[in-house]
Design a protein around this ligand. Structure first.
Ligand code: MSP
Length: 512
């Protein structure tokens, strides 16, 4: 049994959560639950990014002080994650005094190492991105992401010697034997990062002279820590960088840091360099998933096409929302989502392949065996049954391999291959005919179907915690969450004589 520390980005509180934020958070939750299911100890971190010009500006627009405003928004993030069954172990806020103290301690270490110096900065800054931009980044003078003009900054700042870490970072990414080795995925993104490293790194400004909403630099309180430096540190402040060395040693380096490609630069370059400067290891794996559009359009306030998690939940329920989001397009690439394709997949995969199969199997056990899971007699097991068992065993192996590779879509389709084999098995074996001619075969067939459903429910628990518990209940058992994965997934684990539900309500009622 291992340990697994997984993080999401900490989200800006200038807006309430939308399905872009939900996407990464659901993905991290599925991995956290996947590891817990297999008996690992897990620390799953999410939280909010509350300092900087962007939040100060949003608070002003709402006529509120930044902390009051952030408190209100944080409540909305927490409520959204609760609603989506997100099982984070901790919620970090950059306004937590614990975080603020730890950030100051960290920056003091970088300063002592000689990696921070004072210099004049002049350049363009996009408040939407909270980053410096160059003329080359702009389209018609505006940031293409935020459609706003950058502001000109000219002030004395403190700089971090990022350039010093260029070669170390390249080695750490490319050489698995390097003591600081870390993975950047998927490969296309890794190549982009390596390409930028080859071009060369410039030192970065890490403080602001004119902004007060943030954490003062420990060695010059007239300057405020750059919001990205403040934010990235959440990944270690939350596990005790300042106050709990045992916890820090236990969880750091993180096993997996998830984000979209928009902020990979910060996570694959700046963050590891900061850690190296402080004598800490980079995270083990930085994974940047794709960006998705909604019906072909970028998610944007101006376009008014923002979908909030609760809108999907109202339509599909919590579990289906989690399933639909992760299965819509491969995790590592850009994609598009649309309500019409969500509804079609809900009906096909969830209402039909899974919900309908469960309903048929439970009804037949009720009808033919008085509601008790029948005992399969090995003398009556044939080719078809062995094939179903093999398909089930392979599906579980392939599901595991896919989740280890952070490939949710592939993992789900492995389980759906088992479901479609099971549905075909019903037609091939025609239990309604066996009921008249061969009760021994009927017992084998219904046992195998119920057993397949048990395995599907166990494997899918990380994705659909509530619905899979209902599948188990319908089969007269509880999900086994003890962590003994080899035993749990051994074919034949469904107890004979389990009392199935007399009248289970449809798992996923069809949506028109
Ligand atoms: N506060 C910074 C992150 C600091 S982490 C130390 C930030 N916040 S954010 O609110 O803008 O969140 C960006 C993240 O939200 C993306 O990296 C991704 O995880 C998620 N997404 C937001 N919109 C998304 C899509 N349209 N598609 C996929 N992911 C999306 O950046």
């Amino acid at each position: 049994m291992g340990e697994f520390y997984v993080t999401t980005p900490i989200y800006y509180v200038n807006d309430v959560p939308h399905i872009g934020h939900a996407y990464t958070t659901i993905a991290a939750d599925v991995l956290a639950r996947y590891h817990r299911l297999r008996g690992d100890s897990v620390f799953f971190l999410t939280g909010t990014d509350e300092h900087g010009a962007k939040i100060a500006e949003a608070a002003r627009e709402h006529g509120k002080g930044p902390k009051v405003y952030a408190d209100e928004m944080v409540a909305q993030f927490k409520a959204a994650w609760k609603h989506l069954d997100i099982s984070n172990d901790y919620f970090v806020r950059t306004t937590d005094p614990r975080h603020e103290r730890a950030v100051q301690k960290f920056i003091a270490v970088l300063h002592e190492r000689g990696d921070i110096y004072r210099a004049r900065y002049e350049g363009l800054y996009c408040v939407g991105c909270e980053r410096f931009v160059t003329e080359d980044d702009l389209v018609e003078g505006k940031c293409p992401l935020h459609l706003r003009e950058p502001v000109l900054y000219a002030e004395d700042n403190y700089f971090f010697r990022l350039s010093k870490y260029q070669d170390m970072l390249a080695r750490a990414i490319t050489d698995p034997a390097d003591p600081n080795h870390f993975e950047v995925s998927p490969p296309a993104r890794r190549n982009e990062v390596l390409g930028k490293l080859r071009v060369g790194l410039s030192d970065i400004s890490i403080s602001r002279a004119t902004l007060t909403w943030g954490i003062p630099l420990p060695f010059d309180p007239s300057q405020t820590t750059y919001v990205w430096v403040d934010a990235l540190l959440n990944y270690i402040t939350a596990i005790g960088y300042e106050d709990d060395p045992a916890s820090l040693a236990r969880w750091w380096p993180a096993d997996l840091q998830l984000m979209a490609k928009d902020i990979l630069w910060f996570h694959a370059i700046i963050w590891p360099a900061m850690l190296l400067s402080a004598g800490l290891r980079p995270p083990r794996h930085v994974f940047a998933h794709g960006f998705f559009t909604i019906e072909g359009q970028k998610i944007s306030k101006t376009l008014g096409n923002i979908i909030r998690p609760h809108q999907l939940i109202e339509r599909y329920g919590v579990d289906a929302t989690r399933y639909l989001m992760l299965g819509e397009f491969p995790f590592g690439v850009d994609g598009d989502i649309s309500l019409s394709s969500f509804t079609a997949r809900y009906n096909a995969d969830l209402a039909n392949d899974l919900g309908n199969l469960l309903n048929r199997v439970v009804s037949m056990i009720n009808r033919y065996f008085g509601g008790r899971v029948p005992a399969p007699d090995s003398d009556h097991v044939g080719e078809l049954d062995r094939d179903l068992q093999t398909v089930a065993e392979r599906a579980l192996v392939s599901f595991d391999a896919s989740l280890e590779a952070v490939a949710f879509g592939e993992g789900l389709s492995a389980i759906w291959q088992l479901l479609s084999r099971a549905n075909k098995y019903v037609e091939e074996c025609a239990p309604w005919a066996l009921a008249k001619s061969d009760r021994a075969r009927l017992a084998v067939v219904l046992y195998n179907l119920a057993e397949s459903l048990r395995l599907v429910a166990e494997a899918l628990w990380p994705v659909m915690p509530e619905a899979t518990a209902r599948v188990a209940r319908a089969l007269g058992i509880s999900l086994d969450l003890t962590g003994d994965w080899a035993r749990i997934t051994k074919w034949g684990g469904l107890p004979i004589g389990a009392q199935v539900e007399a009248n289970p309500t449809p798992l996923f009622p069809r949506i028109l």
